[in-house]
Design a protein around this ligand. Structure first.
Ligand code: SF4
Ligand code: SF4
Ligand code: FES
Length: 244
């Protein structure tokens, strides 16, 4: 426990230190107006633990790199005000759930991005860079469906919130499946049937229980559950047509 002046209002902050075999340590941090959880972590790093490992970049909800567990829930720490989550003055800050802990508040994001690859989450274009871009009508149903999921910034908050990910390590998870949904609806993608093949395998869209924890936690307002339901319909239809 760190000692600071008794006259200031203090937060009692537990922070994960170490890797998988680490533990929570407690710090006393001065409470300030409009303080975010990322401000608290930064205060601890600057004033108490210079070696504290954590990630952030933009501080304004654009990059998604500051995601951590805050009092048990995954959140962007730069967009989470202490006043909203720690009325009692107590905070518990841990690395994102469902990912290996590297050091302190930094997780290994490799499994998250590998699942994007497993879901065939990269665009296969129909045209080369030397040809004009293919026009897509903004009103087309496929474009409208893809639009709903296209603003994902890969923060892994939904992945940390998904209980199927926590017990089934083969499950692709909400973000990779949301990405697959946008590609399956992309009229410019040259091989969307390979996306459907990738997400219909074991650990794919049919493992989702549709309970919507990903929707509840996504800071961008994306609804991966809806896209996954769409993938379930698409893959079943393709199966009936003998395409899978
Ligand atoms: S709805 Fe599906 S993807 Fe979303 S949290 Fe639940 S099981 Fe995971
Ligand atoms: S769907 Fe939302 S919570 Fe999930 S990675 Fe994308 S932006 Fe983050
Ligand atoms: S630091 Fe970029 S979203 Fe928080």
């Amino acid at each position: 426990m760190q000692d600071t002046a008794d006259t200031e209002e203090m937060l009692e902050v537990e922070i994960w230190r170490g890797a998988e075999d680490g533990a929570l340590r407690t710090y006393r941090v001065p409470r300030q107006a409009s303080q975010t959880v990322l401000d608290v972590v930064t205060w601890v790093q600057r004033n108490a633990e210079p070696a504290l490992a954590y990630r952030f970049a933009c501080r304004v909800g654009m990059c998604g790199s500051c995601a951590m567990q805050v009092n048990g829930k995954p959140r962007w720490t730069c967009r989470t005000h202490v006043a909203k989550v720690a009325e009692s003055g107590k905070l518990r800050i841990e690395p994102l759930a469902n990912l290996p802990k590297i050091k302190d508040l930094a997780t290994d994001m490799a499994p998250f991005f590998e699942k994007w690859q497993d879901a065939r989450g990269r665009h296969e274009p129909t045209r080369t860079r030397h040809e004009p871009m293919a026009p897509v009508s903004p009103e087309s149903p496929a474009r409208t469906a893809a639009d709903a999921g296209i603003e994902c910034i890969n923060c892994a908050v939904c992945y940390a919130a998904c209980d199927v990910v926590s017990w089934d390590e083969s499950y692709l998870g909400p973000a990779a499946l949301n990405r697959a949904w946008t590609l399956a609806n992309d009229e410019r993608d040259a091989d969307s049937s390979s996306v459907l093949r990738a997400v219909s395998e074991s650990g794919g869209c049919h493992s989702c229980h549709s309970h919507g924890s990903c929707v509840e936690h996504c800071p961008v307002g994306i609804n991966p559950t809806a896209g996954i339901a769409g993938l379930k319909r698409m893959t079943l239809a393709a199966l009936m047509r003998g395409e899978l």
